[in-house]
Design a protein around this ligand. Structure first.
Ligand code: ARG
Ligand code: ZN
Length: 467
């Protein structure tokens, strides 16, 4: 039944005749219909994310022609209203919209900055599921930020790859772009015959359709909750290797011109996943792998289930790092971007641990090297636990001092409790989101110690902590 029919069936009276009830004025007796908020209050990205609803699933259907860089797309969102909604926002910075449907009916919409404001014909009752279908076409553009670099839809020589941390998802699909609103995803991507499509998760049941008119459609499914910044498709000429690790598919791919650099990606991925599953606990997804391409962004990204590596990012520690994020960052996600150290500190510490257990320097030695930085020097300048939007990927404050914070904790609570903590943290918060407070609470619970001073010194002071 339509939302209004449901209200009438529930015996509620309406102030004005049914046919003419504007959504914004419909009254249910349990509160008026009001607009969802335009953000979720993230201090670093106040516009990202939207209030009033929760997304359950995205189906992203794309048709892309690398030669012209033209994309035509339809994204269908299934969401649940968290209050009686007269209208709601999505985040979208992609190409021109053709139409927006809500529950199959035309809805009006307006674009303001990154906000796509959708006003449905009928109010959306709290607790009810609704669908939004947005069709759009044109040339998608990457998002360029002075401090954060290039993110979003990135065109390559023979295709495109998406890398969207922290807020690039809006460049290619309409989205509730906040890491706390995880959802499952279906990707259906149509590209010229001869090109390969990869995405998060596993190839869909129906696999590949076509060719038709020289195009072929591939389907991929991410069946576990995923933050929008981790959603990825990769299109182009790829050398694909399929294998099995720990009983699950390992699907890796590289641009053939990168064979020399990335021929070991497949094997190193399998080795890292085996080791990490022992240290961190059960792997949280149903497949693994990796994708390497010429992107010109100079970073790798832990895209869920299958990280993406730019050229120059093929070393073993980087692969260990991106795969450690599958536990720390992807499965155990962030509620707020200021806690980015929870992602990068643990993923970087995974590199130190890996070295320690594979004939390299001990984590203590690596820690001591970095601890040599003089008090008052630039190394200690930002707060690891609140580096500011532009400091999110600061090498010293987030990657190195993030890992040092983890090591300081290990020293304080001892190895046995520390390794229990790693496994308990990933188990209790699997497919969820967390804050730094949650980590402190768990560490205190497991160790029986008060750790406030330790975390305060390492995370919330722009100064060298005492040992
Ligand atoms: N999380 C990525 C890593 O594993 C880095 C992402 C950098 N993103 C950016 N916009 N610069 O280190
Ligand atoms: Zn990282």
């Amino acid at each position: 039944p339509s939302p209004l029919a449901a209200l009438v069936a529930a015996g509620l009276t309406l102030a004005v005749p049914l046919q003419t009830v504007p959504a914004a004025q419909a009254s249910t007796g349990s509160g008026d219909f009001v607009p969802g908020s335009a953000g979720l209050g993230d201090p670093y990205f106040p516009h990202a994310g939207n209030g009033g609803y929760d997304v359950g699933h995205y189906t992203i259907r794309l048709r892309f022609t690398p030669k012209t860089r033209h994309l035509s797309a339809t994204t269908t969102i299934t969401a649940t209203a968290k209050k009686n909604l007269s209208r709601f926002d999505l985040d979208f910075s992609g190409p021109k919209i053709g139409k927006v449907l809500v529950n199959g009916e035309r809805a009006s919409y307006a674009r303001k900055g990154q906000e796509l404001v959708v006003t449905p014909r009928h109010g959306l009752p709290s607790g009810k599921t609704f669908t939004v279908e947005v069709s759009y076409a044109g040339r998608p553009k990457a998002i360029k930020d002075k401090a954060l670099g290039v993110t979003g839809w990135i065109n390559t020589k023979d295709g495109a790859v998406v890398l969207a941390e922290p807020d690039g998802a809006r460049s290619w699909f309409p989205v509730n772009d906040n890491p706390r609103d995880k959802a499952t995803y279906t990707f259906e991507v149509t590209v010229p015959e001869g090109l390969t499509v990869l995405a998060n998760g596993e190839p869909g049941n129906s696999g590949v359709a076509g060719p038709r008119d020289g195009y072929r459609t591939s389907k991929w499914e991410m069946r576990r909750p995923m933050a929008s910044y981790l959603a990825m498709v990769a299109i182009g000429k790829f050398k694909v290797t399929q294998g099995v690790v720990d009983g699950m598919p390992n699907i890796t791919a590289y641009d053939p011109s990168l064979a020399k650099e990335f021929k070991r990606l497949h094997g190193t991925t399998a080795k890292a996943i085996r080791w990490e599953s022992k240290i961190f606990g059960d792997y949280p997804f149903s497949s693994t792998g990796g994708i390497a391409d010429r992107l010109g962004v100079y970073y790798a990204l832990e895209t869920q289930g299958r990280p993406v590596y730019d050229t120059g990012m093929s070393d073993e520690p980087t692969i260990v790092h991106e795969l450690a994020h599958q536990w720390f960052g992807d499965s155990v996600g962030l509620r707020s971007w200021k806690d980015i150290w929870l992602n990068e500190g643990f993923a970087s510490y995974a590199e130190w641990l890996y070295q320690e257990q594979h004939g390299g320097p001990s984590a203590e030695k690596t820690f001591a090297e970095h601890y040599k930085h003089k008090a008052g020097s630039a190394f200690w300048k930002l707060k690891t636990g609140d580096p500011g939007r532009t400091g999110m990927f600061d090498w010293n404050a987030i990657y190195l001092r993030g890992a040092m914070t983890v090591h300081a904790l290990r020293k304080k609570i001892g190895d046995e409790t520390f390794f229990t903590l790693l496994r308990t943290w990933t188990k209790e918060n699997r497919h969820s989101t967390v804050t730094t407070k949650d980590l402190i609470a768990l560490a205190e619970r497991l160790s029986g110690q008060n750790l406030d001073d330790l975390f305060d010194a390492w995370l919330y002071k722009a100064a060298k902590p005492k040992l």
